[in-house]
Ligand binder design. Structure first.
Ligand code: DGJ
Length: 705
């Protein structure tokens, strides 16, 4: 690199990333912050530690966490990348909101090229950053690290909030102040990003990022597999976030001439707090990242909580009959409808044998579709196509298709194993399962589940030299099948699921209309789970079902589910006439008044359940002419806590007048809001909030403005 490059400025509406080229040709970061604000540029320390490198590499002077670490074909472990060219381009489809910059980096000694790609979404302030790593050698090289991006910031303090948990306890927001050293958030699960945590985070610069003020960064990875975010606070006080697909044991053998395209990282800088960052991310998701954002999410009746796998045609037809006239859009038949030699009557068998269980459903799926449609709703189906039970005909025929460690006792998750999607024959089988299930019948919905992660990541297909490629190759093949399903069956909306909320990521979600948040449907817990996911995913992508888990008041269960993509999962044959009437009224309310506001609305977290006994959120239409307020009492209010009864409001138009009406009222319950039925200006509402006099745990209110 002899020729100087001018600084490269990548602007969005409110943010600026500035990159430069150092005297010795390295790509450096000169700032990433608000236009007109502090550029938050990392600083160089005393030790020539190259803190400004934008995509730091191992072994040639850089001392911190590298983004790229390679053993070259001749054993050389050093990599140095200097800028050899810059290309900018408009979006392929001519979208003026999107601009792509590609920076070509080359190693002067080794035939390795890295193309750093940056896609800027102007209006939403989102940057996607990723790389293409090309091995130009005539032998394989090993990539020990292949992060997608590693930007750096400078602040006096860094407050990290992650979205983590466990099965049935997803999406807790856990915050901490970062101290010097390396903090790693990640997952090694291979088949899913989340279970322990979603591949998304929120970072506050200087102050904790929670409300509507302060400089914050939302970061994320569009990838359904293992990942790592390394938060490295160096001795100079900079924070670098090394982000990408990564798994322990994931050294990638990159063949001669092969290019590896790393998953897209997401970056959103906001000077106006987590609230504004969330709203910008939701806008971006709806415009670019989620499948069919405009499609009204159908109201589902799922049979999982009601029947588990214990059903037959008569039982299902009974449920159809009971569901008639309530207003459900789709009946979703869950796990247990397949397997003959190994009947899927419990979770121990049958995965892989995707023929309809003749004993349970002798007239097949076509008959169920007809029976559902005859009662006025569609029929949808559950699939778990990546999985295999050791007790299955598929395993009898293709034991080598299951991932595992030959010679060792298999380690199963929920009595099942994961298919080796790195093997193209297996990926093709998975596609055939989908095609054979969806194409011949008028199925109108699909739920794609994945109940095990990979405990023994061994692939017979990859052979001795490429075992480290598994996570990347598996998830690349998985996404290809998901994309194909979305492309070939655009009329079939879909829910992502992985043993609860294990697949919440923007790569998989591009092919689905919603995701399942958790098998914990106790609405009291769901308030927190929906709150946690709301930082990163719009409400209409969050499948929220009314169940009887936790035995909470039915109105509370309904009101919590109304905030997401509404569904029901309970034994409809046991519902009282009063509750049926309430469901009918609820679904109509949702379809007519709530869904048009929550889907596509601007989302405000008003009162945090982490801070006190109540949660409140608000969705406002982009035109700010309608809003929906949800208030949930998560614990009893302290005696005489009158002040706590006022919910502060945001996002309304001060100049507009709103009619306040409390809705979602079962027969016999009168509106509790003193302002119910009154007309108030946005200015009045913004100044005074709304008094919502709930005091008892599990009381709730839904208010239309
Ligand atoms: C786990 C899912 O989260 C549940 O909703 C249900 O589909 C079961 N799997 C079925 O096995």
């Amino acid at each position: 690199m002899n020729q100087p490059f001018p600084d490269l400025v990548i602007d969005t509406a409110r943010t600026r990333l500035t990159l430069g080229v150092s005297a010795d040709g390295l790509l450096v970061q000169k700032g990433y912050g608000a236009i007109g604000g502090d550029p938050r540029a990392p600083r160089e320390g005393d030790e020539q530690a190259r803190q400004l490198d934008f995509y730091p590499t191992y072994g040639d002077g850089y001392l911190g966490e590298p983004a790229l670490m390679v053993t070259h074909a001749d054993g050389d472990t050093a990599t140095r990348l200097t800028v050899s060219g810059v290309k900018t381009a408009a979006a392929a489809d001519g979208d003026p909101n999107v601009a792509l910059t590609e920076i070509e980096l080359r190693d002067p000694l080794q035939p390795l090229t890295v193309t750093l790609c940056l896609r800027a979404y102007h209006d939403e302030d989102v940057l996607q950053i990723w790389t293409r790593i090309r091995n130009g050698a005539d032998r394989a090289v090993t990539l020990h690290r292949y992060a997608s991006a590693a930007p750096a910031w400078r602040a006096d303090a860094y407050h990290l909030a992650q979205c983590c948990g466990a099965y049935a306890n997803e999406a807790n927001i856990v915050s901490e102040r970062l101290t010097p050293g390396l903090k790693v958030l990640g997952s090694n699960l291979l088949t899913r990003a989340a279970r322990m945590r979603a591949p998304m985070f929120l970072l506050g610069l200087d102050a904790a990022a929670d409300g509507e003020t302060g400089e914050v960064v939302i970061g994320g990875l569009q990838w359904p597999g293992s990942f790592q975010f390394g938060f490295d606070v160096d001795s100079t006080g900079n924070l670098r976030i090394v982000s990408g697909a990564h798994r322990v044991g994931g050294d990638y053998a990159l063949a001669a001439g092969q290019t590896l395209e790393t998953p897209l990282t997401l970056w959103l800088f906001s000077a106006d707090g987590a609230g504004a960052a969330t709203r910008a991310l939701h806008r971006w998701a709806r415009r670019y990242a989620v499948r069919q954002p405009e499609l009204p999410r159908p109201v589902l009746l799922n049979n999982w909580e009601a029947t588990g796998m214990q059903f037959d045609e008569a039982r299902l037809e009974g449920l159809f009959e009971d569901a008639k006239g309530i207003g459900f859009d789709t009946f979703l038949l869950d796990d247990g409808w397949f397997g003959n030699k190994h009947q899927r009557d419990d979770a121990r068998r049958g995965l892989g044998d995707w023929e309809v269980a003749g004993r349970k459903l002798p007239r097949g799926l076509g008959h169920l579709c007809e029976e559902a449609e005859r009662r006025g709703f569609n029929f949808g189906i559950w699939l778990e196509p990546e999985m295999i039970s050791p007790a299955s005909e598929l395993y009898e025929q293709h034991p080598d298709w299951a991932l595992g460690a030959p010679g060792r006792a298999p380690v199963l998750g929920r009595w099942q194993m994961v298919l080796d999607l790195a093997n193209p024959a297996v990926a093709d089988f998975v596609w055939q399962v989908i095609d054979r299930t969806l194409r011949p019948h008028p199925v109108k919905y699909v739920k794609w589940d994945a109940n095990s992660c990979v405990y023994q990541p061994g692939s017979r297909w990859l052979g001795a030299g490429r075992q480290g490629n598994l996570d990347f190759d598996y998830n690349t093949a998985l996404l290809a099948v998901m994309r194909r399903m979305a492309r070939e069956f655009p009329q079939i909306p879909g829910m992502l699921c992985a043993g609860g909320g294990g697949r919440a990521d923007y790569a998989a979600l591009a092919n689905f209309t919603s995701f399942w948040l958790s098998d914990n449907t106790d609405p009291l817990r769901r308030v927190f789970i929906q709150w946690g996911f709301s930082y990163f995913f719009p409400p209409e992508t969050q499948s929220a079902h009314v169940t009887r888990m936790g035995h909470r008041p039915l109105k509370f269960a309904v009101d919590v589910a109304l905030a997401g993509a509404l569904g029901f999962d309970l034994d409809i044959s046991r519902v009282t006439p009063e509750d049926r009437a309430f469901f009918r009224q609820t679904i109509a309310l949702y379809q007519r008044d709530l869904r048009p506001v929550t889907s596509g609305g601007e989302y405000y977290r008003l009162v945090s359940p982490y801070a006190g006994p109540r949660a409140a959120t608000l969705s406002v239409t982009p035109a700010r002419d309608r809003a929906v307020l949800f208030v949930y009492q998560t614990a009893d209010a302290a005696a005489g806590a009158a002040a706590g009864a006022v919910v502060p409001l945001r996002g309304l138009d001060a100049a507009k007048t709103y009619t306040v009406s409390e809705v979602s009222l079962p027969d016999g319950l009168a509106p509790r809001l003193p302002a119910h039925g009154t007309r108030l200006t946005g200015a009045e509402l913004l100044a005074g909030g709304l008094t919502v006099p709930l005091t008892r745990q599990c009381d709730s209110a839904v208010v239309l403005l």
